[in-house]
Design a protein around this ligand. Sequence first.
Ligand SMILES: Nc1ncnc2c1ncn2[C@@H]1O[C@H](COP(=O)(O)OP(=O)(O)OP(=O)(O)O)[C@@H](O)[C@H]1O
Ligand SMILES: [Mg+2]
Length: 341
Amino acid sequence: MKQQPLLSVRKLCVDYITENGDVRAVNSVSFDIAPGEVFGLAGESGCGKSTVAFSVARLHKPPAYISGGEILFKGENILGFDDERLRSYRWRQASVVFQSAMNALNPVLRMEEQFCDVLQAHNPGLTRYEAIKRAQELLAIVDIHPSRLKDYPHQFSGGMRQRLVIAIAMALNPELLIMDEPTTALDVVVQREILQKVYALKEKFNFSILFITHDLSLMVEFCDRIGIMYAGELVEVAPSKAILTAPLHPYTRGLGNSFPPLHGPKTVLEGIPGTPLNLLEVPVGCRFQARCAKVHDRCRQEYTALAEIRPGQQTACHLYADGLGDEQASDPLIFAKAAGC
Ligand SMILES: Nc1ncnc2c1ncn2[C@@H]1O[C@H](COP(=O)(O)OP(=O)(O)OP(=O)(O)O)[C@@H](O)[C@H]1O
Ligand SMILES: [Mg+2]
């Protein structure tokens, strides 16, 4: 029997109210995350990754509103949660580390206070002594000496601050950790170290991760499956390896080929011609049509939803339904070729 997903996002639509009318930033997005799975969302800036993450955490606020769909966490629709249920959902079930979260630590409070605030707010019975003990354990799991609980945020390096934020997010043993560009502000070595740490914690505590980054090469390394977003829609969902070696959607290929390979000879990057779509001017048919080298008539006329093309690999692209995608689907990305995949 198929395992029940931990998280199931079903036809999620999120709109922003703007002076120029409502903008649909997320359009009919559906994906599942299994228990213990790392699922990544990638795509160019503005494609809707953070909007999805905020919605899954139920942290979206005006001018954003959820205009359609469901977000099921262990089968319960979180969009129907009242304030009390939301409080237990956040932190205990789903916890978040957002873009530049390390700047969100309170600069005038010692770390001890910040850990105890979270722990005691969610466990009213917990004594101060017990909260400090738990905070020390949390520091240890991110490799920071427990004595440093007495320090203020500015006394830590950027990488350490980001690990502190991750430790706070882990305080209540969440089942889903949402990480939106958790390491973008850090150098590449520290970035990888932190992600390795998070991955080791995931292996130990078996939580799931929704991981968001622009960096597709980092993503394929850490994720089991990846969803590629373009202009508010998911255009491909596939196991990480398939994204590298046999991406189906022309946009996935373009995004993947915009990254320089770390190994092998120098290559000319392909990039993606054109600019991202203005969401106020969404065309009929496929949203990627103006930038797609493989565009054909049907792409300008008909919307296409995600469909499974290979086992476990879905794409929203007319090429496959029209039998035009074979050549495209067997060509690995430039950096995958360089890495010998
Ligand atoms: N407060 C807002 N008001 C109006 N539109 C917004 C607002 N916040 C985001 N948007 C729009 O929603 C779309 C999706 O934004 P989102 O922040 O989710 O993108 P993203 O994929 O996370 O980008 P990045 O990689 O830059 O973080 C964008 O077109 C953005 O302009
Ligand atoms: Mg974002």
